[in-house]
Ligand binder design. Sequence first.
Ligand code: FES
Length: 126
Amino acid sequence: MTRVGTSGLHDGLNGSGGQLLSATYIQADGSETTIEAPDGTSIMQAAITNGVPGILAECGGAASCATCHVYVDEAWLERLPLMGDDENEMLDCTAAERRPNSRLSCQIELSSDLDGIVVRMPETQS
Ligand code: FES
């Protein structure tokens, strides 16, 4: 497992005073990366900022490309924010199969409820 983060501090705070929360990304080949990012950072942005492969995010987080598709680990599904109509429609356009736990990672922000969330990358985003 690779563990990286946006701060070398381990006091749970970053430079802006926001709490650092963790997320784990599991690639299609099974390799895992756990990162830390400030509260309010999208799962997509946290991956991009930390160089985690597997998310393209071509639209920059506007819920209009579906290249940030992830499969959310079952244990976290009930804690997710409700899916908006835009996200639901875009999930019909994913390159990889849509599953019941499919979400757009740009539409999920890290919060204390989601600290430690685990997502799996699809085989392809395009
Ligand atoms: Fe384009 Fe999420 S980054 S839909």
